[in-house]
Design a protein around this ligand. Structure first.
Ligand code: 5CA
Ligand code: ZN
Length: 408
């Protein structure tokens, strides 16, 4: 699939520190220490509605992670999927009388525009579920041949019982797993399953539903195996980071990892499982199913500067849950004005210590609120007290672009 354009990121003097990140599996902040090329897979959108602030927060969080790696001299292979066939898309198509493909194409196009406007670095491989169906079917066949699946009325399930690391990402109790599985696309109550938690690998063709002709016959993939397959195909048997919002910890990342590990024999599938917090609005997590959404494109069309939207997100640490408010956006706009004024000065206070501080806090699990504080202080002091460093405003501008994705 077509991705979007890469923003221009100025080269900064010196080099960033080694990035440390919180890993959901070990529940600890550890050095990421990837090889020369870091491999990251971030779960993409299900394109049945436009990009909302919660999505934006998640993709900006992983953009910051990638920027921190790039700044420390590591190149990055970044893969993101689009879940361009799934139940919610088909339900939306029926409800609105549109073709599911048209909805997916239109919303994916809007997502690309939003990402570009927000200064998000595009993935090298932007891969649709639909275009991956032949590889998914091959993987399901492999699991079948290895005796790790069973059939139920023509559908194929993965037997979770033989996945030794199952549960090690989410650390949930079994009753918790059962509850959440049912809420997030699973079918714990289907009669005939060996374990209610077994995830669907392959759905046999149903009347009035799209199906593809594959080595498994006519049908379509289950959700989790799509991400296992796309990650394995484009990044190899073990990746450095599997990312997404915290609502994907279970069942999605737990299941994707269990399936990938069963396919390759390599564990863990991801060295780090990284999850961003949930953004709420009107008292609930912003979600397409609830419909309490603030769209990035609506704000843009209202004339809101995308840099202000991005800055409103950066005011929160990526792992915290928080509420979107108009006041938060106003605060971000004032901050943007302050930074733009200070970076337009002819000379200012030395900003090399600011670069050092921002690198320090960003390398420590991407602590954006501390980075914003450091830049605020520099901007205020420069505007009030002046300074004699002619290169300082330019350095802050470049730093905001390269490390924070803010193009002042
Ligand atoms: N297509 C699947 C992943 S394979 C999916 O979850 N799509 S999604 O459109 O529902 O969500 C896309 C990303 O946005 C996911 O990482 C999800 O965790 C994140 N996300 C969804 N809602 C919010 C929210 N309110 N706050 C923060 N992140 C969110
Ligand atoms: Zn996914």
């Amino acid at each position: 699939m077509q991705s979007w354009s890469e923003p221009v990121n100025p080269k900064l003097p010196g080099m960033g520190r080694d990035l440390r990140l919180f890993d959901s599996a070990t529940q600890s902040v550890r050095p990421t220490a990837p090889g020369q090329t870091a491999k990251i897979y971030v779960c993409g959108i299900t394109p049945y509605d436009a990009t909302h602030i919660g999505h934006a927060n998640t993709y900006v969080a992983f953009d910051l992670l990638i920027r921190a790696w790039l700044d420390s001299g590591i190149s990055v292979n970044y893969v993101q999927n689009v879940t361009d066939i799934d139940e919610p898309l088909l339900e939306r198509a029926i409800a609105t009388g549109q073709d599911w493909r048209e909805i997916a194409d239109r919303e994916t196009a809007l997502f690309r525009e939003d990402m570009q406007a927000l200064g998000v670095i595009p993935p090298q491989h932007y891969i649709g579920a639909v275009e991956s169906i032949p590889q998914v079917a091959e993987h399901v066949l492999q699991l079948q041949s290895a005796g790790k699946t069973y059939a139920l009325d023509g559908d194929i399930y993965f037997t979770i019982a033989q996945a030794p690391l199952f549960g090690s990402i989410s650390h949930l109790t079994r009753p918790q797993m059962l509850d959440i599985f049912g809420e997030r696309g699973g079918d714990p109550d289907r009669v005939g399953k060996i374990d209610p938690l077994d995830p669907l690998l392959w759905k046999n063709e149903r009347p009035d539903e799209p199906a593809w002709n594959t080595v498994l016959g006519h049908g379509r993939p289950g959700w989790h195996i799509e991400c296992s397959t796309i990650a394995l195909t484009y990044l190899g048997d073990q990746i450095d980071v599997q990312g997404g919002g915290s609502d994907l910890v279970f069942p999605h990342h737990e299941m994707s990892a269990a399936q990938a590990e069963s396919l390759t024999g390599v564990d863990p599938f991801a060295r780090f499982y990284v999850h961003s917090g949930m953004v709420s609005w009107q008292g609930h997590k912003m979600s397409k199913s609830r419909g309490n959404l603030v769209f990035v494109s609506t704000l843009r069309h209202e004339g809101v500067d995308p840099a202000a939207i991005r800055l409103a997100l950066l005011a929160h640490h990526y792992r915290s849950d928080w509420s979107w408010t108009p006041q938060g956006l106003e605060g971000a706009q004032s901050r943007l004005d302050l930074w733009r004024e200070a970076t337009s000065l002819e000379c200012a206070i030395d900003s090399e210590p600011v670069l050092d501080r921002v690198r320090e806090v960003m390398s420590d699990d991407l602590k954006t609120p501390s980075a914003l504080d450091a830049i605020d202080n520099w901007a205020r002091d420069s505007l009030h007290a002046g300074g004699s460093h002619t290169a300082a405003p330019g350095l802050v501008k470049d730093m905001c672009a390269s490390l924070l994705g803010l193009y002042l």
